[in-house]
Design a protein around this ligand. Sequence first.
Ligand code: 3PG
Length: 213
Amino acid sequence: MSNAPAFTALQVMQDAPVIPVIVLNDVAHAVPMARALVAGGVRMLEVTLRTPQALACMEAIARDVPEAVVGAGTVRSKADAQAAANAGARFAVSPGYTSSVGQACRDLGLSLLPGVATGSEIMMAQEDGFTQLKFFPAMQAGGPAMLKAWSGPFFDVKFCPTGGVTLQNAPEFLALPNVVCVGGSWIVPADAMVKGEWDKITQLAKDTQALRK
Ligand code: 3PG
């Protein structure tokens, strides 16, 4: 049985020009970081499952920052998807694609942005009904030129390029018709979190509004 997701993948992508890729090492940083991003106009938050604290951080954001929509990044297995849903995640992002991750997210009511880097991966994700995809790692795997090449055969697919994207090169991606938003970690620098520089994170989020398509 499938649950309808609270937000479709397209809605997740359209909310802001950038989906922040967040690595949290301290649960105490989760809520102030989420509030700082929301204050800067960014509310779709991808918390990566890369640290032991990630699930607790998602729970804290889901509980204490209702204006934010917390999602899970680095979802690599059915178990990751289940743990993320239990922690309050409302969308998922994966660095690659497998049918079992796709099915698990559907069953859990999580919209999924599956990661792809080749034509075959796009075809596999499309076969399973996913047409909004994360291009990862975007700069390393061909950058804007790759997306231009894909726009021919994969004319019906939209992308969120992530990996090596910055405020400086984001406009080149966002100018492409098959790009809806970009993903990036630059708006949540680790040192700003450690130093509690939440205003700096709000400003970095605000700076991305100028990228709006
Ligand atoms: C990731 O999953 O690590 C993202 O692609 C982030 O990449 P970035 O740190 O280059 O923005």
